[in-house]
Design a protein around this ligand. Structure first.
Ligand code: UD1
Length: 427
C-alpha cells in the first residue's frame, strides 16, 4: 500500500507552477467528439482522471496520442460508438460529459448512470431535464441511460434549478448543432465553462455569454478541430496558496489567473495572509496568527467547494472560532473527521462545521476521504508535530500532478512510501 508520509515542522517556501485545470481538460477532451478530426490539447495535466477520460474516448473509437507529457492529440474522425460502459463511468463521474457531445454528433448516446461517490449523491437530473427540453428522449435500462433525439435537437430555453457545472457543460455541448437558439438560464459561471465555450467557438460554434448566468447557443453546422491550451488550474493554485498561508513563509504560485481565485484570496487576506498579485501568479506569506473567518461555499464567483477542505485546515489552527458552511455538496465534511485525529476541534452540524482553532496539530495516521480532503491532510501534516501518514492517496493522484514532488521542491519533508497492507478492512 502506497501512502504519503509527511514530517511536520520544516520550512516550506519558494515557487511552484500549476498545471492545466483538471475540470476543464476533462470536458475539453469530451468536446473533441464534436469536431471530427485531430484536435491538439496543450497544458493537459498528467493525472489519473485524464487517463480515464482518454480510455472513454478510445472506447468510443477515438485515437488518443500522447505527444508529450502535457499535450494530447485526439483524432475523433474514427468515433463510431455512442456507448460508455459502467466500468469507466464508475471510476470517474465526469465521464458523463460525453453525453452532450454524443447526442450532438450522433443524435443518440448510451451512458451508464454514475453511482454515488464520497462527496454525495451527485445526481444528474438537471442534465436530463435540460436535454429533454431540447427534444432528447430518455429511457433507463438496468442503470444505463439511453438518450436519443428522434426529431433532432431543437433549441429551447432551459432554466437550471441550481447553477450546476456539469449540467451547464452538457447542455452547451449538446446544443452546438441544435436548430435555432438555446438559452441556459442560471448557468454555472466557472472559468472552466468559459474555457469550454472558448474552445468550441474556436471550432466554429456560436456560444455567447459564457461566464455570465445566461448563455446563448446559436446552432451551427460542422465544427472543425483546433489546437487549444487548457486554462490554468485555479484549485491546484488555491491549494498551494493555502500551503503558503498555513506554513507562513513566502510561496509564489504561477501558471493561472489570480482573478479565478478572487473570493478565496479576499478571504485569505481577512485571515491575516499577505497576498501579492502578479500577472499570472500570486505570492502569499504570513507573519501574524491566522484569523478565523466564516466561509460558505457557493457556485462561482462564490467560494469554491473544491477549496473548502484546504481552507478548513487553516481555520483549524486559527486564533478563535468560525463556521464553515457547505452549500454545494452534501457529505463533504469527511475530511474534518480525519483532521480530528490530528487534534483539531471541529463539530459538524448538518451542512455547517463549527471550527475552534487549536494551537497545534499532531501527526497521525489518516485516510484521504476524497481528492481535495486528501490534499488538505497532507497540508495539515506540514505543520503538525511529528509524522503524518496519509493513505488512500489514489484520490490525490486523480487531480494533482506530482503533488509530493512539488511540495518537496518547496522544501517540505514529504514522500511516497510503500508500507505493508495488513488488510484489517477484511476482518
Ligand atoms: C464539478 C467539478 C467539481 C466541483 C463542482 C462544483 C468537474 C469534473 N467537477 O462537479 O470538482 O466541486 O463542479 O464546483 O468539473 N446536482 C443535482 N442534479 C444535477 C447536477 C448536479 O442535484 O443534475 C447537484 C450535485 O449533486 C451537487 C450540486 O448540484 O450537489 C453541484 O453539482 P455540479 O455543479 O453539477 O458539480 P459537478 O459538475 O458534478
Amino acid at each position: 500500500m502506497e501512502v504519503i508520509r509527511v514530517e511536520g515542522g520544516h520550512s516550506v517556501s519558494g515557487t511552484v507552477t500549476v498545471e492545466g485545470a483538471k475540470n476543464s481538460a476533462l470536458k475539453l477532451m469530451a468536446a473533441t467528439i464534436l469536431a471530427p478530426g485531430v484536435t491538439t490539447l496543450q497544458n493537459v495535466p498528467n493525472i489519473s482522471d485524464v487517463h480515464i477520460m482518454g480510455k472513454v474516448l478510445k472506447e468510443l473509437g477515438a485515437t488518443v496520442e500522447v505527444v508529450d507529457e502535457h499535450t494530447l492529440r485526439i483524432d475523433t474522425s474514427t468515433v463510431d460508438s455512442w456507448e460508455t460502459p459502467y466500468s469507466l463511468v464508475a471510476q470517474m463521474r465526469a465521464s458523463t460529459a460525453v453525453l452532450g457531445p454524443l447526442l450532438a454528433r450522433f443524435g443518440k448516446a448510451i451512458v451508464a448512470m454514475p453511482g454515488g461517490c464520497n462527496i454525495g449523491a451527485r445526481k444528474i437530473d438537471m442534465h436530463i431535464l435540460g436535454l429533454q427540453a431540447l427534444g432528447v428522449v430518455f429511457d433507463m435500462d438496468h442503470g444505463d441511460i439511453h438518450a436519443s433525439a428522434p426529431q433532432g435537437l431543437v433549441g429551447a430555453t432551459v432554466t437550471l434549478d441550481f447553477a450546476s457545472v456539469g449540467a451547464t457543460e452538457n447542455l452547451i455541448m449538446a446544443s452546438v448543432h441544435a436548430k435555432g437558439v438555446t438559452v441556459i438560464d442560471n448557468a454555472a459561471r466557472e472559468p472552466e465553462i468559459v474555457d469550454l465555450a472558448n474552445m468550441l467557438n474556436e471550432m466554429g460554434a456560436n456560444i455567447q455569454g459564457a461566464g455570465s448566468p445566461v448563455i446563448e447557443i446559436h446552432g451551427v453546422g460542422e465544427l472543425h478541430p483546433v489546437t487549444h491550451a487548457v486554462v490554468g488550474d485555479r484549485i491546484e493554485a488555491g491549494t498551494f496558496v493555502a500551503v503558503g498561508g498555513l506554513v507562513g513563509e513566502p510561496v509564489t504560485v504561477r501558471g493561472f489567473d489570480p482573478e479565478h481565485l478572487g473570493l478565496v484570496l479576499r478571504k485569505y487576506k481577512q485571515m491575516g495572509i499577505n497576498i501579492q498579485l502578479g500577472e499570472r501568479e500570486v505570492t502569499v506569506s504570513r507573519s501574524g496568527p491566522l484569523v478565523p473567518v466564516d466561509i460558505q461555499t457557493l457556485p462561482f464567483p462564490g467560494f469554491p467547494t473544491d477549496m473548502q477542505a484546504q481552507t478548513m485546515c487553516l481555520l483549524a489552527v486559527a486564533n478563535g472560532a468560525c463556521v464553515v458552511t457547505e452549500n454545494v455538496f452534501e457529505n463533504r465534511f469527511m475530511f474534518a473527521s480525519e483532521l480530528q485525529r490530528m487534534g483539531s476541534d471541529i463539530v459538524i452540524q448538518g451542512h455547517h462545521a463549527v471550527v475552534h482553532g487549536v494551537p497545534a496539530l499532531s501527526g497521525a495516521e489518516v485516510r484521504s476521504p476524497d481528492l481535495r480532503g486528501g490534499a488538505a491532510l497532507v497540508m495539515a501534516g506540514l505543520v503538525a508535530d511529528g509524522i503524518t501518514t496519509v493513505s488512500d492517496i489514489y484520490h490525490i493522484d486523480r487531480g494533482y500532478e506530482r503533488f509530493v514532488e512539488k511540495l518537496r521542491a518547496l522544501g517540505a519533508h514529504v514522500g511516497r512510501v510503500t508500507i505493508p497492507d495488513i488488510g484489517l478492512e477484511g476482518l
